[in-house]
Design a protein around this ligand. Structure first.
Ligand SMILES: [Zn+2]
Length: 108
């Protein structure tokens, strides 16, 4: 591990404490976290776009249509959260189950 000290000479400056492994892993970590968030964002957009509309959802899960509104096809909860987002001009509304967090359908 003597090569380490030679490569990062500035680490030996007084008052500058650079972690032995932290400095070498900082860039890979930054890139990895960036890529991960990027792919997560794409996956998020793709899964949200693939959601059925209310009528499609009702046709797909007829048992979920109750008199007091829709219910979750997964856990049967009627507590559905409305997630509204407006990335551009058009606004989107996602309906997400409050209990299990499943994305159920979109309303526009
Ligand atoms: Zn649910």
């Amino acid at each position: 591990m003597d090569n380490d000290r030679g490569l990062s000479g500035f680490a030996s400056l007084p008052g500058v404490q650079v972690g032995k492994t932290g400095g070498a892993l900082a860039w890979p970590w930054a890139i990895a976290s960036f890529m991960f968030s990027y792919f997560a964002l794409i996956a998020f957009a793709l899964t949200r776009k693939g959601l059925p509309t209310v009528s499609e959802y009702a046709r797909k899960y007829p048992a979920c249509v109750t008199e007091r509104g829709m219910s979750c096809y997964r856990c049967g909860s009627r507590s559905i959260r409305l997630w509204r987002e407006q990335p551009f001009i058009a606004a989107h509304q996602w309906h997400i189950c409050n209990s299990c967090g499943t994305s159920l359908y979109r309303s526009r």
